[in-house]
Ligand binder design. Structure first.
Ligand code: 9WN
Length: 418
């Protein structure tokens, strides 16, 4: 008998499960990635609450002394991924990369806790100070007047988005020697960042390694520093969830409330009237990217209402067969298969959809969920999808696509026939 999609999703998560953390997909990404793991925990919580807690707890074992939670933790040696631990030179145990990723962990910690507060309390007590320290690290090191900056496109989780084009042009690649990318041997190169992007990605890694990942030095002289609407909205939302957890635990709340006010006003500086969207801003030049990306529509997830954003959302949804493209399909920079320059990603749909529903935009939220379910039903649990024809792209049997199916997109969540 054919397995149901819910069963397939659980099997994918079990298959990628390494015991205490889950690989995004075998081959292409053989380690623990930061926001992937938080989504994995959200998925595990639909069928194995204990395993969900382990996923987030393992992620926090990679936390640095300064509070940063790295974007990759290299628990086990593998030569299948580039750049590995020696390129990063981060000098940590366990070995890690030197940058962070969007902090969705507090949001999913709260969601998992609320499924069973009694069983979750001791886990949250252990996790809370670590999440607090991580958020404080963002505020201390990545806050430019209430806008959250990324020091590397990989940190945003949206690696080759047009959001970074202008800032990437200024990255000098003369320190980058020969290297072999592994990604293009796993996946069609047309679905991946191009070679010049990779040279620049590596130039920024070597600059970070060169200064020992010194935050003050990178803030002042690092080759790349761009305020990211995605990161700012996600941290704002994560602070609201951290505040709810603090209240549950009877922990002090003033510091977190201060971060919320700071980001609520800070993110308004990212509104670019020229494109009627929240936009990335290059701190080095003061220029907007002029890029309407899917992260512009995380405003609702952050609890921010915006009627112009809703108009633009409706326009993009109307011209896209499958929502939601990672870049405006009416822009000349849109590429339907090239990674973060066009494809639809289930995890971003989930975050946008949760926000839309919370802010009362149920019609848009349901349409987004239906499109996500159609993409997965037709094309499987791919890393991302072509929004024009729905075809699968990137890695296969992908953890976060399986996770969001189970926790958000599956029709069985509404019909109760699990
Ligand atoms: C670099 C694991 C990660 C995701 C990112 C996605 C991609 C890595 C890569 O894969 O990035 O971190 O090598 O392409 O862009 O969002 O966390 O799934």
């Amino acid at each position: 008998m054919l397995k149901s999609l819910d069963e397939q999703a659980r099997a994918i998560m079990r298959g990628n499960d390494q015991g205490t953390y889950t690989m995004p997909t075998e081959g292409l990404y053989p380690y623990q990635w930061n926001w992937d793991s938080a989504f994995a925990a959200f998925g595990f919580a639909t069928f194995d609450l204990a395993r969900a807690w382990v996923e987030i707890e393992t992620l926090l074992t990679g936390q640095w002394e300064n509070g940063m939670v790295p974007h990759i933790i290299f628990h086990e040696a593998s030569d299948g991924y580039f750049p590995g631990p020696s390129e990063w030179g981060a000098n940590q145990t366990p070995q890690t990369s030197g940058i962070s990723q969007p902090p969705v962990a507090a949001t999913f910690t709260r969601a998992i806790f609320e499924k069973n507060p009694e069983a979750g309390r001791s886990h949250v007590e252990g996790l809370f100070p670590k999440l607090l320290a991580w958020h404080r690290w963002f505020i201390d090191n990545r806050n430019e007047n209430g806008m959250i900056v990324v020091n590397h496109p990989w940190e945003s989780g949206r690696d080759n988005a047009p959001d970074w084009d202008e800032a990437m042009e200024n990255v000098d690649t003369s320190n980058v020697g020969e290297y072999i990318r592994n990604d293009t041997s796993h996946v069609d190169p047309h679905m991946r960042p191009n070679q010049l992007d990779y040279d620049r990605f590596m130039a920024i890694v070597y600059a970070g390694r060169g200064c020992g990942w010194d935050e003050a030095e990178m803030a002042k002289n690092g080759p790349f520093r761009v305020a990211d609407p995605g990161m700012t909205f996600i941290l704002l939302r994560a602070n609201r969830d951290l505040l709810a957890l603090a209240e549950q635990l009877g922990e002090p709340t003033d510091e977190i409330k201060g971060w919320i006010s700071l980001l609520e006003s800070g993110v308004q500086q990212l509104w670019n009237p020229a494109i009627r969207a929240y936009d990335a801003l290059n701190i080095r030049t003061g220029n907007f990217a002029g890029s309407m990306s899917s992260s512009s529509f995380l405003c609702w997830f952050a609890g921010i209402e915006d009627s112009s954003a809703l108009t633009e959302f409706d326009r993009i949804a109307a011209v896209s067969k499958y929502s939601f493209p990672s870049h405006d399909p009416e822009s000349d920079r849109f590429e339907p298969l090239r990674y973060w320059r066009g494809p639809a990603w289930g995890i971003i749909n989930t975050l946008i959809g949760i926000g839309l529903a919370e802010m009362g935009h149920h019609k848009q939220a349901e349409a987004l969920r239906d499109d996500t379910a159609s993409l997965i039903t037709q094309s499987g649990f791919a890393e991302y999808f072509n929004p024009v024809d729905g075809s699968p792209a990137g890695g296969k049997d992908f953890t976060w696509t399986a996770a969001i199916w189970l926790a958000w997109a599956s029709p069985s969540l509404h019909t109760k026939e699990n």
